[in-house]
Design a protein around this ligand. Structure first.
Ligand code: NDP
Ligand code: MG
Length: 386
């Protein structure tokens, strides 16, 4: 029987990579739903090529444009309330790959409609893991992390227990500014900040890789997914990104997971998991293995990493504040309203505010309490910028 699948954010970097994999094995899949925000042209083309049944496009203008196109037998919606109409029975697989906090609501809403959910959207995991975890259990839905570091830990854990984990190192390439001195950070242009040496990704996550905020997020993600304490997690700079995570177990064994620097690998594995399927990859790269070149992060240069020390081990609203504030600051940089160096400078200044730090004692609540924090964040950012 064909696998029924849905992709939230099919027009993005992760979504398109998954579509490339599916196209090679078209007969095996029945695409029930694809979603996008604005990019109706790519969504329309994907729908035609893959014979998709339903589309959701959230941007109003794009929704109107998409409606004008000839799409016989395809239902077009513009919000996620349509999930109940679209999914009559549980489907087999969902990829959650919308970028930013906008991914939170659809990710949570879709859990009950699928047997398995692969989540790339790190904002949903950081801000809403307490809700996701509850629904995964309630609806008996399997979860696979997609971020390469977390997929590597997940893979290393096969045949092992989370309670056996002693320490985990996540690797960081160091991003496009690894070899640029801090004094030049003032003048970093958008084009330089998004030019990642090893990965081709969406704009927002590329900027986060340049500030190393992406790694801060990944530490929080790992802490939540694998139920760890912050002292059990650390970062190692590893410029070639051949190793993704190193997991040391309490029984003394260490698993070092390597794979080609290509998101296709975790995505492919999240889709096929228990089935044995092969993917075309390079031979083992001995040259890279002989030159792993791990280093501690230079926190003077990448001060974002110091934020980890401020985080409480208990889930709190502070993590959500940081995600939302960083989201808005990166946006301002992309709109050329802030300098690159201001992203982390202002983020740290915000975290130092008493009212913000007090969020570290507040438990994250339901979806609306998470999403409504955005107004508070905007207010604080406006105050600090003015
Ligand atoms: P992209 O920016 O390339 O794509 C984002 C997708 O989400 C697009 O389909 C976009 O639609 C859609 N989208 C954006 N904003 C909204 C919105 N407000 N409402 C609904 N849909 C929206 O992102 P990536 O694919 O790079 O990343 C996706 C997620 O995966 C992020 O959370 C990222 O941190 C995470 N991730 C990505 C990795 C990568 O290699 N790219 C690696 C690990 C994690 P449209 O095209 O119409 O704008
Ligand atoms: Mg990653």
């Amino acid at each position: 029987m064909k696998k029924k699948i849905a992709i939230l954010g099919s027009t993005g970097s992760i979504g398109k990579t998954l579509i490339e994999i599916i196209k090679k094995d078209k007969k095996e899949f029945d695409i029930i739903l694809l979603t996008a925000d604005k990019n109706y042209t790519d969504l329309y083309n994907q729908a035609k090529i893959l014979n998709v049944k339903n589309l959701i496009i959230t941007n109003k203008e794009s929704f109107k444009e998409l409606k004008k196109k000839k799409l016989d037998k395809i239902n077009i919606f513009n919000n996620y309330n349509s999930f109940n109409n679209i999914f009559k029975k549980k489907i087999d697989y969902v990829m959650s790959s919308i970028s930013g906090i906008s991914g939170l609501i659809p990710t949570i809403k879709i859990i009950k409609h699928t047997k398995k959910i692969a989540i790339a959207n790190k904002e949903a995991i950081i801000c809403g893991w307490h809700l996701i975890k509850k629904d995964l259990k309630r609806f008996n839905t399997e979860f696979v992390p997609v971020d390469s570091e977390h997929f590597s830990i997940f893979y290393a854990l096969q045949g092992n227990k989370i309670s056996n984990i002693d320490k985990i190192y996540l690797t960081a390439s160091g991003g496009p500014l690894n070899n640029i001195p801090k004094k030049s950070f003032k003048n970093v242009k958008i084009s330089e900040a998004i030019k990642h040496p090893n990965w081709k990704m969406g704009k927002k996550i590329s900027i986060d890789s340049a500030t190393l905020m992406n790694k801060v997020f990944e530490i929080i993600e790992a802490k939540k997914i694998f139920n760890l304490k912050y002292h059990q997690l650390d970062i190692l700079v590893h410029p070639t990104s051949y190793i993704h995570a190193i997991t040391k177990f309490k029984d003394g064994m260490i698993k070092i997971i390597a794979h080609d620097t290509n998101m296709k690998i975790p995505i492919f594995n999240s889709l096929y998991s228990k089935q044995i399927k092969s993917i075309k990859t390079d031979q083992i790269n001995i040259k890279k293995l002989n030159f792993l070149n791990f280093k501690k992060v230079d926190t003077k240069k990448f001060s974002s990493v110091k934020i980890i020390k401020r985080l409480p081990n208990k889930d709190s609203l502070l993590e959500t504040f940081i995600v939302l504030a960083n989201d808005q600051l990166v946006n301002l940089f992309l709109l050329k309203k802030l300098k690159f160096i201001d992203i982390i400078y202002l983020l740290q200044k915000l975290i130092n505010m008493k009212e913000v730090m007090s969020l570290s004692k507040k438990k994250p609540g339901d979806i609306s309490s998470i999403v409504s924090l955005n107004k508070f964040v905007s207010k604080k950012i406006n105050k600090i910028i003015n």
